[in-house]
Design a protein around this ligand. Structure first.
Ligand code: GDP
Length: 433
């Protein structure tokens, strides 16, 4: 078995970090391929919590090769801080176990500045960005204005490429936003030392990854955000700026789709969403509050601390993600949270006027008009967080899994019942088979 791509099937925050961490135990190489430091995977290892924004979670295992692909937009200051922080906690991070693609586009100070200014200027067209410069950095990538990691590690090239780009950015800053310019020399003073520090990590992921897969190495592509936030197929405009679906692994890490053997869709046992946009199965405020505060780690953003909107499992939405990413298997997370609610509902279809929809509509405007059709599932009311064998699950929880598999049409291979590594039921001999 070669490569597994993991993809969040909802609006992000599905618990991908934990699932990826468990699979990473079996992997040789772990790859991040899209997004930037707007993602935040939270991991609990023993009694230690880690939040990783850029570096693949495989870094926490000795001997794994971690790669940041060219599809990522990379803030060198944030990456260096993450490396330093991990090292201060005793995690080895070196060019032996971490490689950064030289073709990754940089997030620089003016991207962060423009992210905030642009969001303010949009008024009612705001999308709720994290203001970390991710959107403007992707705009520059597509607009062919990016400076890349290869530029950063060559001081002369950085000086030369930055000058005209910064002149252009400063015209936008002053003429569009009435903002003071960004100083060229200050940027050099900030970023050139970063280039020196990061240079030993820089490489070319294309030959390395293709050779690894061809040699039978187990390669894990870790998705950030969720399929419904995909810039093309998500609930536009309330999406992120990158391709979060499984195809993003190919375009963001330089491997072809023929190399991907399995796509693992990760979904929570219910649904959450951050920020604006339609959410058909959003629960009433009291139930949403219950779900949000249940369990050891509530539904609040790992990176932003924002409370998440909470609601029921939405089969039509998952079916859409399964199709758009070619999901072959599922991992279900946070099943333990449902022990605390007094009814469990699952949306199995939508009504839209006289029509019944099995799959969420492509148009986000229609998604805000659909009426969910619910089925109620018997509750189990038993704490699941200590269960590691499927046979020990209460019959209600097993029934829930069986019915979700039927509705979605894909086998659930992993069930997570808590944030810890061991709080996982694995329903397969090997995750790479
Ligand atoms: P990600 O970005 O998809 O990795 O998701 P987040 O890190 O934002 O949110 C998932 C949170 O839930 C993290 O704090 C995880 O440690 C935690 N978590 C993951 N799986 C489970 C689970 O099965 N049960 C509980 N209670 N928490 C979980």
């Amino acid at each position: 078995m070669g490569a597994i791509v993991t993809v969040g099937c909802q609006w992000g925050d599905e618990g991908k970090g934990k699932i990826i961490d468990v699979i990473a135990q079996e992997a040789d190489c772990i790859v991040r391929h899209q997004g930037g430091n707007n993602a935040g995977h939270s991991l609990r290892i023993g009694d230690q919590d880690y939040v990783l924004h850029l570096i693949p979670s495989g870094i926490l295992y000795p001997g794994r090769r971690c790669i940041i692909g060219a599809g990522v937009v990379l803030d060198p200051l944030v990456l260096w801080e993450e490396i330093t922080h991990l090292r201060s906690r005793g995690v080895a991070v070196s060019p032996e176990n971490l490689m950064i693609s030289g073709n990754a586009s940089l997030i620089l100070s003016y991207h962060r500045l423009l992210d905030g200014l642009d969001e303010e200027a949009r008024g009612a067209a705001r999308v709720g960005t994290t203001r970390r410069g991710i959107g403007p950095a992707y705009m520059d990538k597509v607009g062919r204005l990016s400076l890349r990691v290869f530029d950063l590690i060559d001081a002369d090239r950085f000086r030369e490429r930055l000058r005209p780009v910064l002149q252009h950015k400063n015209r936008v800053l002053s003429q569009v936003y009435g903002h003071a310019p960004v100083n060229y020399d200050e940027m050099l003073a900030t970023y050139l030392p970063m280039g020196e520090k990061l240079a030993p990590f820089v490489g070319d992921e294309v030959p390395e990854l293709n050779a690894a897969i061809d040699a039978g190495k187990r390669v894990l592509f870790e998705g950030a955000q969720g399929a419904l936030l995909d810039v093309t197929y998500g609930t536009y405009p309330y999406v992120t700026s990158s391709s979060t679906g499984a195809g993003g692994a190919c375009t963001g890490a330089g491997v072809g789709p023929t190399k991907v053997e399995k796509v693992l869709g990760i979904a929570k046992a219910y649904t959450t969403r951050v920020g604006e946009g339609p959410f058909p199965t959003e629960a009433d405020p009291a139930t949403a509050d219950l779900i949000r505060n249940a369990g050891p780690i509530g539904e609040f953003g790992a990176t932003t601390g924002r409370p998440r909107r909470c609601g029921w499992f939405d089969v039509p939405l998952i079916r859409r993600s399964v199709m758009a990413s070619g999901v072959t298997h599922l991992a279900l997370t946070r099943l333990d949270i449902l022990s605390e609610v007094s009814i469990i509902k699952v949306c199995v279809g939508y009504r839209l006027g006289r029509h019944r929809l099995e799959v969420a509509p492509a148009d986000a405007a229609l998604l805000s008009q659909v009426e969910p059709e619910y089925e109620e599932i018997p509750t189990w009311g038993v704490d699941l967080s200590g269960i590691t064998n499927e046979a020990d699950l209460p019959s209600g929880a097993r029934e829930y899994l069986r019915r979700l598999e039927d509705w979605v049409g894909r086998p659930i291979q992993m069930v997570s019942v808590g944030p810890g590594r061991r709080q996982t039921i694995i329903r397969a001999e090997s995750l790479f088979s």
